[in-house]
Ligand binder design. Structure first.
Ligand SMILES: Nc1ncnc2c1ncn2[C@@H]1O[C@H](COP(=O)(O)OP(=O)(O)OP(=O)(O)O)[C@@H](O)[C@H]1O
Ligand SMILES: [Mg+2]
Length: 370
Protein backbone atom coordinates (compact mmCIF):
# COMPACT_ATOMS: atom_id res chain seq x y z
CA UNK A 1 0.00 0.00 0.00
CA UNK A 2 1.22 3.52 -0.79
CA UNK A 3 2.41 5.46 2.24
CA UNK A 4 0.59 8.68 3.08
CA UNK A 5 2.82 11.73 3.18
CA UNK A 6 2.16 11.85 6.93
CA UNK A 7 3.65 8.41 7.25
CA UNK A 8 6.72 9.56 5.37
CA UNK A 9 7.02 12.60 7.61
CA UNK A 10 6.88 10.36 10.68
CA UNK A 11 9.40 7.93 9.20
CA UNK A 12 11.93 10.57 8.22
CA UNK A 13 12.00 12.72 11.34
CA UNK A 14 13.06 12.51 14.96
CA UNK A 15 11.38 15.70 16.12
CA UNK A 16 8.07 17.14 14.94
CA UNK A 17 6.97 20.51 16.25
CA UNK A 18 3.37 21.66 15.97
CA UNK A 19 3.12 25.42 15.71
CA UNK A 20 0.21 27.76 15.12
CA UNK A 21 -1.90 30.49 16.65
CA UNK A 22 -3.88 30.11 19.86
CA UNK A 23 -6.68 27.56 20.00
CA UNK A 24 -6.32 26.16 16.49
CA UNK A 25 -5.82 22.56 17.63
CA UNK A 26 -2.05 22.19 18.19
CA UNK A 27 -2.49 20.04 21.30
CA UNK A 28 -5.16 17.84 19.73
CA UNK A 29 -3.12 17.31 16.56
CA UNK A 30 0.12 16.70 18.50
CA UNK A 31 -1.69 13.94 20.37
CA UNK A 32 -3.06 12.59 17.07
CA UNK A 33 0.44 12.61 15.55
CA UNK A 34 1.72 10.72 18.58
CA UNK A 35 -1.03 8.13 18.22
CA UNK A 36 -0.33 7.70 14.49
CA UNK A 37 3.41 7.31 15.11
CA UNK A 38 2.74 4.71 17.82
CA UNK A 39 0.40 2.86 15.45
CA UNK A 40 3.26 2.80 12.95
CA UNK A 41 5.48 1.11 15.52
CA UNK A 42 7.39 4.12 16.85
CA UNK A 43 8.30 4.73 20.45
CA UNK A 44 7.02 8.27 20.62
CA UNK A 45 6.93 10.95 23.28
CA UNK A 46 4.41 13.78 23.00
CA UNK A 47 5.63 16.76 25.04
CA UNK A 48 3.53 19.67 26.15
CA UNK A 49 3.93 22.55 28.52
CA UNK A 50 0.30 23.59 28.24
CA UNK A 51 -0.66 24.99 31.62
CA UNK A 52 -4.29 24.10 30.99
CA UNK A 53 -3.23 20.45 30.80
CA UNK A 54 -5.31 19.89 27.67
CA UNK A 55 -3.20 17.01 26.47
CA UNK A 56 -3.56 15.28 29.80
CA UNK A 57 -7.33 15.60 29.58
CA UNK A 58 -7.42 14.68 25.92
CA UNK A 59 -5.44 11.50 26.45
CA UNK A 60 -6.83 10.68 29.85
CA UNK A 61 -3.42 10.71 31.60
CA UNK A 62 -3.56 10.37 35.39
CA UNK A 63 -2.49 12.97 37.90
CA UNK A 64 1.02 11.65 38.49
CA UNK A 65 4.10 13.80 37.88
CA UNK A 66 4.20 13.21 34.18
CA UNK A 67 7.72 13.76 32.90
CA UNK A 68 7.31 10.91 30.40
CA UNK A 69 4.37 8.72 31.26
CA UNK A 70 3.51 5.74 29.10
CA UNK A 71 -0.15 5.73 28.17
CA UNK A 72 -1.41 2.71 30.03
CA UNK A 73 -3.91 1.34 27.54
CA UNK A 74 -1.38 0.27 24.95
CA UNK A 75 -2.84 -1.01 21.76
CA UNK A 76 -0.22 0.00 19.29
CA UNK A 77 2.65 -1.64 17.52
CA UNK A 78 4.89 1.02 19.10
CA UNK A 79 4.61 2.94 22.38
CA UNK A 80 2.90 6.21 23.14
CA UNK A 81 4.35 8.29 25.98
CA UNK A 82 3.29 11.69 27.18
CA UNK A 83 5.21 14.32 29.17
CA UNK A 84 3.46 17.26 30.75
CA UNK A 85 6.32 19.65 31.37
CA UNK A 86 6.57 21.82 34.41
CA UNK A 87 8.30 25.06 33.51
CA UNK A 88 9.58 25.91 37.00
CA UNK A 89 11.09 22.46 37.63
CA UNK A 90 12.85 22.41 34.28
CA UNK A 91 14.22 25.93 34.69
CA UNK A 92 15.47 25.12 38.20
CA UNK A 93 17.06 21.89 37.03
CA UNK A 94 18.77 23.75 34.25
CA UNK A 95 20.15 26.40 36.61
CA UNK A 96 21.36 23.72 39.00
CA UNK A 97 23.03 21.76 36.25
CA UNK A 98 24.55 24.94 34.79
CA UNK A 99 25.92 26.28 38.06
CA UNK A 100 26.61 22.90 39.68
CA UNK A 101 26.28 22.58 43.40
CA UNK A 102 27.77 26.02 43.91
CA UNK A 103 26.72 28.79 46.25
CA UNK A 104 25.85 30.76 43.11
CA UNK A 105 23.20 28.23 42.13
CA UNK A 106 21.69 28.22 45.60
CA UNK A 107 21.71 32.00 45.76
CA UNK A 108 20.01 32.23 42.40
CA UNK A 109 17.33 29.66 43.17
CA UNK A 110 16.51 31.50 46.41
CA UNK A 111 16.50 34.88 44.76
CA UNK A 112 13.02 36.42 44.73
CA UNK A 113 13.52 38.02 41.38
CA UNK A 114 14.61 34.75 39.84
CA UNK A 115 11.57 33.01 41.28
CA UNK A 116 9.33 35.59 39.62
CA UNK A 117 11.20 35.84 36.35
CA UNK A 118 11.77 32.16 35.70
CA UNK A 119 8.07 31.52 35.18
CA UNK A 120 6.55 34.89 34.42
CA UNK A 121 9.04 36.31 31.98
CA UNK A 122 7.63 36.23 28.50
CA UNK A 123 9.23 33.35 26.67
CA UNK A 124 10.29 31.37 29.71
CA UNK A 125 7.70 28.63 29.14
CA UNK A 126 8.75 28.33 25.55
CA UNK A 127 12.40 28.35 26.54
CA UNK A 128 11.89 25.58 29.06
CA UNK A 129 10.03 23.38 26.62
CA UNK A 130 12.89 23.80 24.15
CA UNK A 131 15.40 23.05 26.91
CA UNK A 132 13.59 19.83 27.69
CA UNK A 133 13.33 18.98 24.00
CA UNK A 134 17.08 19.31 23.59
CA UNK A 135 17.74 17.30 26.76
CA UNK A 136 15.47 14.41 25.76
CA UNK A 137 16.59 14.40 22.15
CA UNK A 138 20.21 13.89 23.20
CA UNK A 139 19.20 10.96 25.42
CA UNK A 140 18.04 9.02 22.35
CA UNK A 141 15.38 7.12 24.25
CA UNK A 142 12.56 7.70 21.77
CA UNK A 143 12.24 7.21 18.03
CA UNK A 144 10.19 10.37 17.74
CA UNK A 145 9.48 13.46 19.85
CA UNK A 146 6.34 15.48 19.14
CA UNK A 147 6.42 18.93 20.67
CA UNK A 148 3.14 20.70 21.31
CA UNK A 149 3.92 24.39 21.58
CA UNK A 150 2.33 26.37 24.42
CA UNK A 151 -0.56 28.77 23.93
CA UNK A 152 0.86 32.08 22.73
CA UNK A 153 -0.62 35.23 21.33
CA UNK A 154 1.59 34.95 18.30
CA UNK A 155 3.03 31.69 17.15
CA UNK A 156 6.45 33.18 16.40
CA UNK A 157 6.86 34.04 20.09
CA UNK A 158 7.68 30.42 20.62
CA UNK A 159 10.69 30.41 18.36
CA UNK A 160 11.88 33.80 19.47
CA UNK A 161 11.97 32.65 23.09
CA UNK A 162 15.54 31.34 23.27
CA UNK A 163 16.80 34.61 21.87
CA UNK A 164 14.80 36.64 24.36
CA UNK A 165 15.95 34.61 27.32
CA UNK A 166 19.48 34.57 25.99
CA UNK A 167 19.39 38.35 25.77
CA UNK A 168 18.44 38.61 29.42
CA UNK A 169 21.57 36.76 30.35
CA UNK A 170 23.85 38.64 28.03
CA UNK A 171 27.15 39.85 29.33
CA UNK A 172 26.48 43.52 28.58
CA UNK A 173 23.19 43.58 30.44
CA UNK A 174 24.69 41.88 33.42
CA UNK A 175 27.61 44.27 33.50
CA UNK A 176 25.23 47.18 33.17
CA UNK A 177 23.29 46.10 36.24
CA UNK A 178 26.07 44.81 38.45
CA UNK A 179 28.21 47.88 37.99
CA UNK A 180 25.47 50.33 38.99
CA UNK A 181 25.20 52.55 41.98
CA UNK A 182 21.80 52.27 43.59
CA UNK A 183 20.17 55.54 42.55
CA UNK A 184 21.39 55.57 38.98
CA UNK A 185 20.51 51.98 38.82
CA UNK A 186 16.82 52.47 39.61
CA UNK A 187 16.72 55.28 37.08
CA UNK A 188 18.19 52.98 34.47
CA UNK A 189 15.66 50.28 35.23
CA UNK A 190 12.83 52.72 34.82
CA UNK A 191 14.17 54.38 31.73
CA UNK A 192 14.85 51.00 30.17
CA UNK A 193 11.11 50.56 30.28
CA UNK A 194 11.45 46.84 30.81
CA UNK A 195 7.89 46.04 31.67
CA UNK A 196 8.55 42.88 33.62
CA UNK A 197 11.24 44.42 35.75
CA UNK A 198 9.17 47.51 36.21
CA UNK A 199 6.14 45.62 37.47
CA UNK A 200 8.38 43.70 39.80
CA UNK A 201 9.55 47.00 41.20
CA UNK A 202 6.06 47.41 42.54
CA UNK A 203 6.04 43.99 44.14
CA UNK A 204 9.43 44.09 45.81
CA UNK A 205 10.12 47.54 47.12
CA UNK A 206 13.06 49.69 48.12
CA UNK A 207 16.42 48.39 49.14
CA UNK A 208 15.18 44.83 49.18
CA UNK A 209 14.51 45.06 45.48
CA UNK A 210 17.93 46.47 44.73
CA UNK A 211 19.53 43.79 46.83
CA UNK A 212 17.62 41.06 45.02
CA UNK A 213 18.28 42.51 41.60
CA UNK A 214 21.99 42.88 42.21
CA UNK A 215 22.14 39.37 43.57
CA UNK A 216 20.24 38.07 40.60
CA UNK A 217 22.56 39.49 38.00
CA UNK A 218 25.69 38.61 39.97
CA UNK A 219 24.55 34.98 40.14
CA UNK A 220 23.55 34.60 36.55
CA UNK A 221 26.89 35.98 35.45
CA UNK A 222 28.40 32.67 36.48
CA UNK A 223 26.11 30.66 34.24
CA UNK A 224 26.11 32.89 31.20
CA UNK A 225 28.22 30.56 29.11
CA UNK A 226 25.90 27.68 29.81
CA UNK A 227 22.91 29.73 28.74
CA UNK A 228 24.55 30.63 25.43
CA UNK A 229 25.63 27.02 24.96
CA UNK A 230 22.05 25.85 25.48
CA UNK A 231 20.62 28.50 23.21
CA UNK A 232 22.96 27.41 20.41
CA UNK A 233 22.21 23.73 21.02
CA UNK A 234 18.48 24.43 20.82
CA UNK A 235 19.01 26.31 17.55
CA UNK A 236 21.08 23.46 16.17
CA UNK A 237 18.36 20.94 17.01
CA UNK A 238 15.64 23.13 15.51
CA UNK A 239 17.61 23.46 12.28
CA UNK A 240 18.59 19.81 11.99
CA UNK A 241 17.25 17.97 8.96
CA UNK A 242 15.60 15.41 11.25
CA UNK A 243 13.51 18.17 12.86
CA UNK A 244 10.42 19.45 11.10
CA UNK A 245 7.55 21.83 11.66
CA UNK A 246 3.88 21.24 11.08
CA UNK A 247 1.86 24.38 10.89
CA UNK A 248 -1.66 24.13 12.28
CA UNK A 249 -4.27 26.73 11.41
CA UNK A 250 -7.97 27.42 11.59
CA UNK A 251 -10.01 28.15 8.48
CA UNK A 252 -10.93 31.80 8.98
CA UNK A 253 -9.29 34.63 7.14
CA UNK A 254 -7.30 35.99 10.09
CA UNK A 255 -5.92 32.57 11.01
CA UNK A 256 -4.98 31.78 7.42
CA UNK A 257 -3.13 35.07 7.17
CA UNK A 258 -1.29 34.37 10.42
CA UNK A 259 -0.31 30.96 9.05
CA UNK A 260 1.19 32.58 5.96
CA UNK A 261 3.14 35.03 8.10
CA UNK A 262 4.38 32.26 10.34
CA UNK A 263 5.56 30.37 7.29
CA UNK A 264 7.52 33.39 6.07
CA UNK A 265 9.19 33.52 9.46
CA UNK A 266 10.01 29.80 9.40
CA UNK A 267 11.44 30.09 5.91
CA UNK A 268 13.49 33.08 6.88
CA UNK A 269 14.99 31.16 9.79
CA UNK A 270 15.53 28.13 7.53
CA UNK A 271 13.44 25.80 9.65
CA UNK A 272 11.99 22.80 7.83
CA UNK A 273 8.33 23.22 7.07
CA UNK A 274 6.77 19.83 6.42
CA UNK A 275 3.10 20.53 6.03
CA UNK A 276 0.12 22.70 6.81
CA UNK A 277 -2.96 21.37 8.55
CA UNK A 278 -6.15 23.38 8.31
CA UNK A 279 -8.02 22.10 11.31
CA UNK A 280 -11.82 22.11 11.53
CA UNK A 281 -11.98 22.89 7.82
CA UNK A 282 -15.46 21.45 7.28
CA UNK A 283 -18.00 19.58 9.37
CA UNK A 284 -17.38 15.87 9.70
CA UNK A 285 -20.88 15.01 8.48
CA UNK A 286 -20.05 16.74 5.21
CA UNK A 287 -17.96 13.74 4.22
CA UNK A 288 -21.04 11.56 4.00
CA UNK A 289 -22.97 12.68 0.97
CA UNK A 290 -26.67 12.60 1.75
CA UNK A 291 -29.84 13.46 -0.19
CA UNK A 292 -32.46 14.63 2.26
CA UNK A 293 -36.06 13.95 1.19
CA UNK A 294 -37.79 16.49 3.39
CA UNK A 295 -37.85 19.80 1.37
CA UNK A 296 -36.96 22.05 4.32
CA UNK A 297 -34.06 19.83 5.33
CA UNK A 298 -32.95 19.62 1.70
CA UNK A 299 -33.01 23.42 1.45
CA UNK A 300 -30.86 23.81 4.57
CA UNK A 301 -28.54 21.09 3.39
CA UNK A 302 -28.08 22.74 0.00
CA UNK A 303 -27.27 26.04 1.68
CA UNK A 304 -24.51 24.24 3.54
CA UNK A 305 -23.24 22.62 0.40
CA UNK A 306 -23.08 26.03 -1.31
CA UNK A 307 -21.29 27.52 1.64
CA UNK A 308 -18.73 24.72 1.64
CA UNK A 309 -18.20 25.19 -2.08
CA UNK A 310 -17.45 28.84 -1.53
CA UNK A 311 -14.92 27.81 1.06
CA UNK A 312 -13.38 25.48 -1.49
CA UNK A 313 -12.36 28.62 -3.37
CA UNK A 314 -10.72 30.06 -0.25
CA UNK A 315 -8.88 26.79 0.27
CA UNK A 316 -7.64 26.69 -3.32
CA UNK A 317 -6.35 30.23 -3.18
CA UNK A 318 -4.68 29.64 0.22
CA UNK A 319 -3.04 26.37 -0.79
CA UNK A 320 -1.77 27.74 -4.09
CA UNK A 321 0.53 30.04 -2.09
CA UNK A 322 2.60 27.17 -0.69
CA UNK A 323 5.61 25.49 -2.14
CA UNK A 324 4.54 22.50 -4.19
CA UNK A 325 6.23 19.97 -1.96
CA UNK A 326 4.38 21.19 1.14
CA UNK A 327 1.10 19.34 1.62
CA UNK A 328 -1.84 21.45 2.73
CA UNK A 329 -4.20 19.06 4.48
CA UNK A 330 -7.70 19.58 5.83
CA UNK A 331 -8.98 17.93 8.99
CA UNK A 332 -12.74 18.01 9.63
CA UNK A 333 -14.51 19.53 12.58
CA UNK A 334 -15.91 16.80 14.73
CA UNK A 335 -18.54 19.17 16.11
CA UNK A 336 -17.59 18.15 19.62
CA UNK A 337 -14.49 18.30 21.74
CA UNK A 338 -12.27 15.35 20.98
CA UNK A 339 -11.57 13.47 24.17
CA UNK A 340 -9.85 10.33 25.29
CA UNK A 341 -7.61 7.99 23.38
CA UNK A 342 -10.57 6.82 21.27
CA UNK A 343 -11.37 10.39 20.23
CA UNK A 344 -7.74 11.14 19.40
CA UNK A 345 -7.50 7.94 17.35
CA UNK A 346 -10.40 9.17 15.21
CA UNK A 347 -8.55 12.47 14.68
CA UNK A 348 -5.34 10.56 13.88
CA UNK A 349 -7.17 8.61 11.22
CA UNK A 350 -8.62 11.78 9.67
CA UNK A 351 -5.21 13.43 9.80
CA UNK A 352 -3.72 10.55 7.86
CA UNK A 353 -6.52 10.72 5.26
CA UNK A 354 -6.07 14.49 5.03
CA UNK A 355 -2.43 13.96 4.05
CA UNK A 356 -3.48 11.53 1.32
CA UNK A 357 -6.07 13.86 -0.21
CA UNK A 358 -4.00 17.03 0.32
CA UNK A 359 -3.56 19.88 -2.08
CA UNK A 360 -0.09 18.81 -3.22
CA UNK A 361 -1.41 15.42 -4.29
CA UNK A 362 -4.33 17.06 -6.08
CA UNK A 363 -1.90 19.26 -8.00
CA UNK A 364 0.25 16.29 -8.92
CA UNK A 365 -2.80 14.39 -10.14
CA UNK A 366 -3.84 17.36 -12.28
CA UNK A 367 -0.30 17.65 -13.69
CA UNK A 368 -0.31 13.96 -14.60
CA UNK A 369 -3.66 14.32 -16.35
CA UNK A 370 -2.54 17.23 -18.50
N1 LIG B 1 -10.97 18.87 14.54
C1 LIG B 1 -11.59 19.21 15.67
N2 LIG B 1 -12.92 19.01 15.82
C2 LIG B 1 -13.56 19.36 16.95
N3 LIG B 1 -12.95 19.92 18.00
C3 LIG B 1 -11.63 20.15 17.94
C4 LIG B 1 -10.86 19.79 16.78
N4 LIG B 1 -9.58 20.15 17.01
C5 LIG B 1 -9.55 20.69 18.23
N5 LIG B 1 -10.75 20.69 18.80
C6 LIG B 1 -11.14 21.25 20.10
O1 LIG B 1 -10.79 22.63 20.09
C7 LIG B 1 -10.28 23.05 21.35
C8 LIG B 1 -8.90 23.65 21.18
O2 LIG B 1 -8.02 22.64 20.72
P1 LIG B 1 -6.52 22.53 21.25
O3 LIG B 1 -6.48 22.62 22.72
O4 LIG B 1 -5.94 21.32 20.62
O5 LIG B 1 -5.93 23.85 20.59
P2 LIG B 1 -4.49 24.51 20.86
O6 LIG B 1 -4.04 25.09 19.56
O7 LIG B 1 -3.61 23.53 21.51
O8 LIG B 1 -4.89 25.67 21.86
P3 LIG B 1 -3.86 26.56 22.75
O9 LIG B 1 -3.23 27.54 21.82
O10 LIG B 1 -4.75 27.19 23.76
O11 LIG B 1 -2.87 25.60 23.34
C9 LIG B 1 -10.31 21.81 22.23
O12 LIG B 1 -11.47 21.85 22.99
C10 LIG B 1 -10.34 20.64 21.26
O13 LIG B 1 -11.02 19.51 21.78
MG1 LIG C 1 -2.52 23.65 23.34
Amino acid sequence: MKKSSLEEIIEKHKILICVGSGGVGKTTLSAALGVRAAQLGKKVLVMTIDPSKRLKIALGVGDEQSQGVKISKQRYAGELHVAILDAQTIFDEFITSAAGDSEEAKALLNNMLYQQLSTTLSGSQEFTSLLQLSKISTQDEYDLLVLDTPPAQHAVDFLEAPGKIGALFEEQIVRWFVGSDQVGFIRKVISAGTKTVFSLLEKITGSRFIHELNGFFRSIRSIQNKISEKTSLVQKILLDSSTGFLLVTGFDEAKLREAEQLNLYLEDKRYHMLGVVINRAFPKWFLNKISPQEPKVAEEYNKWVNYQQQREGIFKSFSSKWRKDIPVARVPDFNADVYGLDGIEVVANELDCAFITNHTNELRAEEQKS
